[in-house]
Design a protein around this ligand. Structure first.
Ligand code: WT7
Length: 632
């Protein structure tokens, strides 16, 4: 069956069918894949426990679908193009046949180092081809990958490794980031001091650094390669066997391990990739996300490879050697579909038009945006100067927990509108809920965005703690999946995402819990208490504003104290979570029951202190005046 939607009528028909006969709808899509054994039942579900199973008793291996099944027709087609950080270094290309071989070799290296089906593998690697091989190698042998973005600190890595009880870590000596080289293996070594479950470390030589190799534990990838075969049979997996864990932040302190499984995730990432981007066989596709985030998992690797596409992977940053780098890469490879984040667009906007106007960008057909709301100004700049008003901008709303895109225009098929994600994709049944927990049916009204029916890419559990999954997503409203976002529909029914309604902030498309950053700050010996809120930031979307109360022995020099707090956060989480502003205060506004009044702090951080609302229930009202006076 051809499951590419080609017109508005086809979209409407597909959507209707997905609501009226969801099982038949997804079974028709799933028929297009290679299954070792077909499912007995398409869907089993309840949102109470929750318990969601797609393609019950179906057997498959996702890499057989990403690689093996393409070999006959697309063996010599490019699967992966890798562009290095430095444009002076040569790019590398892999055909489907070559990628298949690399994945098999890496899979055999894992096996040789004791990894078995079901074991958890931590991957802490920069954006080099071996990262792609590693992810797929795990899937090949049925090991569960847990990719940790290479910007996280050793403490953050150790927490994630311990939560997943990972047996092995795959890493590199160091990484390139613009003009800088940054150690990677050293961070792993520091993390592993506290990770007894890890038995082995495989190290890729990326930058030729001499690194500490622990006898009996650490091995070099290039040395291991000499001992392994180029073939590795794909392990037969149940549709509901774990494919991966990916940690993400919630409103409480500790990041949670979002679990996705093999069958549903495969069907959903492929379906959404083809339809949202209207992918055609000869297209060159580029998603700029790091594989350390869900966007990299679903739309750099799995979705495109399942669809037999040529996917581009970029090691560098948008501004090195200059802010024309993205546009140069697009021209260099003739990129047709380009998918990036609003924060990148805003930072390139700020660098001036000359950088983009010096490239032709003729090859572009479709532009995508992901990760945070895209403001109108950035949307228009992207549409006019990058897409030359010729390419639709698809604003894709989804989450780590949804596995794939949920609300988005389909390029050239359904309407686009600045600041709006568009209609729901087939299979997605959004519902808006008001403060009282009732459905909002009118348009133009803001509410809490929920889903009333499962889709194949939905989160199955939070690793090791199913109750947390229930609590976080399925307990707020009965029988609904709660997204944590506020949203509304316009008159025509197009969805607009307002932003998070919980204590989660989105900084440059990276998600943090305010409590998570507070916990990190509180690790500093001088800090007694802290409160973190987000505030509007021109480039990052949201910036991190921290209010801190310090002890008597704290440094009296405020700059020194701020530097120390930043150092603590970098050490606990990583550079990506550095507070933008730190205000030192003598107390936090609290209710008589001791609850911090974040509403007030948010107003102060936003610079809007004209109306702080009711402060009469405060324990210590003068503290608010002090905070307002000292606002940064
Ligand atoms: C949160 C999920 C989706 C993969 C990358 C981020 C926000 C995401 C959009 C968008 C407005 C968006 C939401 C969501 N978000 N995409 N197109 N428009 N907001 O995944 O780290 O799991 O974060 O990002 O608030 O809940 P994530």
């Amino acid at each position: 069956m051809d499951y590419r939607i080609r017109s508005m009528e086809e979209y409407q028909a597909a959507y209707q069918k997905s609501v009226d006969q969801p099982e038949q709808f997804w079974a028709d899509v799933a028929e297009n894949f290679t299954w070792r054994q077909k499912w007995d039942k398409v869907l089993d579900w309840n949102f109470e426990e929750p318990n969601v199973k797609w393609f019950v008793n179906g057997k498959l291996n996702i890499t057989e679908n990403c690689l093996d099944r393409h070999l006959e027709k697309r063996g010599n087609k490019l699967a992966l193009i890798w562009e290095p950080n430095d444009p002076k270094e040569r790019f590398i290309r892999f055909t489907y046949r070559e990628l298949h071989e690399k994945v098999c070799q890496m899979a055999n290296i894992l096996k040789r180092n004791g990894v078995q089906k079901g074991d958890r593998v931590c991957i802490y690697m920069p954006m080099i081809p071996e990262l792609a091989f590693s992810v797929l190698a795990c899937a090949r042998i049925g090991a569960v990958h847990s990719v940790i973005f290479a910007g996280f600190s050793h403490t953050a890595m150790a927490d994630r490794i311990n939560d997943a009880q990972a047996k092995i870590v795959l890493t590199s000596d160091g990484l390139n980031r613009g003009p800088k080289q940054i150690p990677v293996k050293r961070v792993v070594d520091e993390a592993l001091v506290d990770c007894p479950s890890v038995e082995k470390v495989v190290v890729v030589d990326r930058i030729g650094w001499a690194v500490n190799m622990v006898e009996g534990r650490d091995v070099w990838y290039h040395e291991e390669l000499e001992h392994v075969d180029k073939n590795c049979p794909a392990e037969e997996m149940d549709a509901e066997d774990l494919l991966f864990i990916l940690y993400t932040s919630g409103s409480t302190g500790k990041p949670k391990g979002v679990v996705h499984t093999c069958g549903g995730y495969m069907v959903y990432t492929d379906y959404t990739f083809r339809n949202v981007f209207q992918y055609e066989e000869s297209d060159i596709y580029w998603c700029t996300a790091d594989i350390g985030w869900i966007t990299g998992h679903s739309y750099l690797l799995y979705g495109p490879l399942l669809s037999g596409a040529t996917t581009l992977m970029f090691e560098g940053v948008p501004t090195f050697p200059d802010p024309g780098r993205f546009w140069q890469v697009i021209d260099k490879f003739g990129v047709n579909i380009f998918y990036t984040a609003p924060t990148a667009i805003r930072s390139l906007m700020a660098a001036g038009l000359d950088h983009v106007l010096s490239y032709s960008l003729d090859s572009l057909k479709v532009l995508g945006s992901v990760g945070e709301p895209i403001n109108e100004e950035a949307w228009h700049w992207y549409h006019i100067h990058v897409g030359k008003e010729r390419c639709p901008v698809v604003d894709t709303w989804w989450q780590t927990e949804t596995g794939g895109i949920m609300l988005s225009s389909l390029a050239n098929i359904t309407p686009t509108k600045p600041s709006h994600a568009g209609f729901a994709l087939p299979g997605v049944q959004p519902i808006l809920i008001n403060q009282e927990g009732q459905e909002i049916t009118e348009n133009e009204q803001e509410g809490y965005l929920c889903m009333k029916f499962p889709w194949p890419g939905i989160i199955r559990t939070t690793y090791g703690d199913h109750e947390r999954c229930r609590q976080s997503y399925f307990s707020t409203y009965k029988n609904l999946y709660f997204t944590g976002d506020g949203a509304k529909r316009d008159k025509g029914g197009l969805w607009r995402i307002i932003g998070r309604v919980d204590d989660v902030i989105n900084v440059s498309g990276h998600r943090f819990g305010t409590a998570e950053i507070e916990n990190a700050i509180n690790q500093n010996r001088h800090i007694v208490e802290s409160a973190v809120v987000g505030y509007p930031h021109d480039v990052k979307g949201q910036g991190i504003y921290a209010f801190v109360v310090c002890g008597e022995e704290a440094p009296t020099n405020e700059e020194n104290l701020r530097a120390e707090v930043i150092e603590t956060v970098v050490d606990q989480i990583g550079k990506i979570a550095k507070p933008d502003k730190i205000q030192i205060v003598t107390g936090l506004p609290k209710t008589r029951s001791g609850k911090i009044m974040r509403r007030i702090l948010r107003k102060v951080a936003e610079g809007d202190v004209s109306n702080l609302g009711d402060t009469s229930t405060l324990l210590d009202p003068p503290v608010v005046d002090e905070i307002v006076k000292g606002a940064l």
